[in-house]
Ligand binder design. Sequence first.
Ligand SMILES: [Zn+2]
Length: 379
Amino acid sequence: MSKTIKKANKPTVKIIPLGGLHEIGKNTCVFEYEDEIILLDAGLGFPSDQMHGINIVLPDMTYLRENAHRIKGMIVTHGHEDHIGGIAYHLKQFDIPVIYGPRLAMSLLSDKLEEEAGVSDRTTLKSVLPRDIVQIGKHFKAEYIRNTHSIADSFSVAIHTPIGVIIHTGDFKIDHTPVDGEHYDLQKLAEHGEKGVLCLLSDSTNAEVPGHTPAERSVYPNLNRIFGQADGRIMVTTFSSSVHRVNMILDLAQKHGRKVAVVGRSMLNVIAHARKLGYIQCRDDIFEPLRSVNRLPDNKVLVLCTGSQGETLAAMTRISRGEHRQIRVREGDTIVFSANPIPGNTIGVVNTIDRLMMQGAKVVYGRREGFHVSGLGAR
Ligand SMILES: [Zn+2]
């Protein structure tokens, strides 16, 4: 027999994770108070090997479709696909009146909304700056707290509700020497800690990895050493969204007197947005169009491309198969994988590396060699 006594109308906040809990990807969280709903992030997941013919994975949005009239707005923490990649699809099913988020994420998102046919234009995108507080509906306020992560312009959020403050960390690591000089606003976080927090929702991707995740800058000297040793062409692949990494690679290219050919649509896209907003700073003349790069001496060339995850259609994968129209691997090429395979992609990445080696390239890769660090904190 139940002894539960129903408390009379005690106000509560509901927290409903539709994706991203107990899984990597499709981060989507709903907060609800009385008749108001807000969303935090709406990402996509990537299909596993068993999902034949599937391009992207989205969470079940039935609850939001059925309660669409109660949605007051959305908070975006940062511009990674597993946090914003679902938004364009959801907007075909229900309206979100306003979306607040960092400048880089909003800039990437506005492109996505324009590209995707059938998305309603009834959504307003609003950019926020560190420590901005925005009111959403009658009951919610979102306070943006700068954090450090592998993409630039990333935030933790303090969600103020009528019954207390909820801290959502977003994706983060604590990097004390951030490449762009934007430090984690630990003071603001501590201030909330002192005042008292109702609930903390923290990313825990690397929580089982002991120790600390090294700073992003720790990759720089290792790439510098490899760049210094290469006498032929250098090709580097990384996540296009790893803005700090791309920034360091461009900086090193300049230092080593190499012109950069950027290959892959998402890499070109993110570099354009990040340069426009000042998150990547480099000279215009460092870039060389792909069609003319073959005319330069090998030791003056750096090819920066997508495909660090062995994705079938990405540039590095096509290069490894000899299927890229403009780039063929040659003996003497140094190829750097400045990324680790996401679980599930390991076989594809290893196959790509094998094919590149068989064509005579020197391929360097791996966290142990210091060519990559995670953007997420260890234990
Ligand atoms: Zn992220």
